[in-house]
Design a protein around this ligand. Structure first.
Ligand code: NAD
Length: 270
């Protein structure tokens, strides 16, 4: 452990799988007390058991939370503040990509609303309550803790690239996350609250692999990725750790791409 988040208090939403799970483990390894929030309670309970065994010096807490419900999100933030008196890192990661999400004609309104309630409203609720907590963070020089905090919101490479394999509700939701994060970064910069958006490329996590369930579907995407492979959740977690820690102290308002080069590519290597 190099202690990049020593004594910090962090919340991770969607902590039961993929990026959220890897990030929670990495945060704990780096000394943070982590709150693992997910709609899937069993998944976060299992993750907390792993953390408690591997890093007994940090406190990990599981909590059931549907990020589309403001009361649930507020309860997670309140719990963190009640237990530790502060919140340093808010990782608004929970998101869905619905299998019935399609183009403008085929996508049903209920799929649009479900996607936006989780992917956009959920991030807004996370920001809203984290900002209020972070404003009150006391400085504690002995423990290396300072005022303000770091918020990281998960967008996607599809927020900046159009795809001929449409998932319109998802794409629009991630564009909203990107725009929201940028504005929040500007509004709250002088309060010492940094807000960055993470734009992952296509990853080997259940979210995408359940959807790309044939070799043909996977190839249709991979041809566009300069590195020629899907990313791993841990590669996102390492970027999130950077944005969460003081290593990124002068970085706010970025569209932080961790995407194997896809958003920079015209023609890819054969
Ligand atoms: P994943 O499906 O592996 O994990 C998502 C987690 O979120 C699950 O544990 C799930 O239970 C939880 N969740 C779902 N709805 C929730 C809700 N309403 N409230 C709380 N938790 C909820 O997904 P992942 O690949 O790790 O994706 C994480 C984030 O990264 C998402 O926002 C996703 O859109 C984004 N992303 C993923 C990819 C990719 O290729 N996998 C690419 C770009 C962006």
């Amino acid at each position: 452990m190099s202690g990049r988040l020593l004594n910090r208090v962090a919340i991770v939403t969607g902590a039961g799988s993929g990026i959220g799970l890897e990030t929670s483990l990495l945060f704990a390894q780096e000394g943070a007390n982590v709150f693992l929030a997910d709609i899937n309670q069993k998944a976060v309970e299992d993750a907390v058991a792993v953390i408690s065994q591997r890093w007994p010096n940090v406190t990990a807490t599981s909590i059931k939370c549907d990020v589309s419900k403001e009361a649930d999100v507020k309860a997670v933030v309140d719990l963190a503040v009640e237990k530790f008196g502060r919140l340093d890192v808010m990782f608004n990661n929970a998101g869905i990509m619905h299998s019935a999400d399609d183009d403008a004609v085929q996508t049903e309104e209920k799929i649009w609303d479900l996607t936006h309630n989780i992917n956009v409203k959920g991030v807004w609720f996370g920001c809203k309550h984290a900002i209020q907590a972070m404003r009150k963070n006391p400085t504690d020089s002995e423990k290396g803790l300072h005022a303000g905090g770091s918020i990281i919101n998960v967008a996607s490479f599809v927020a900046i690239l159009g795809a001929a394999t449409p998932q319109l509700a998802y794409t629009a939701s991630k564009g909203a996350v990107l725009a929201m994060s940028r504005e929040l970064a500007v509004v709250h910069a002088k309060e010492g609250i940094r807000v960055n958006a993470l734009c992952p490329g296509p990853l080997k996590t259940p979210l995408l692999m359940d959807f790309l369930n044939t070799p043909e579907k996977r190839e249709r995407r991979l041809v566009h990725v300069p590195m020629g492979r899907f990313g791993e959740a841990i590669e996102q977690a390492k970027a999130v750790l950077f944005l969460a820690s003081d290593d990124s102290s002068y970085i706010t308002g970025t569209d932080f791409a961790v995407d194997g080069g896809i958003s920079s590519a015209y023609v890819t290597p054969l």
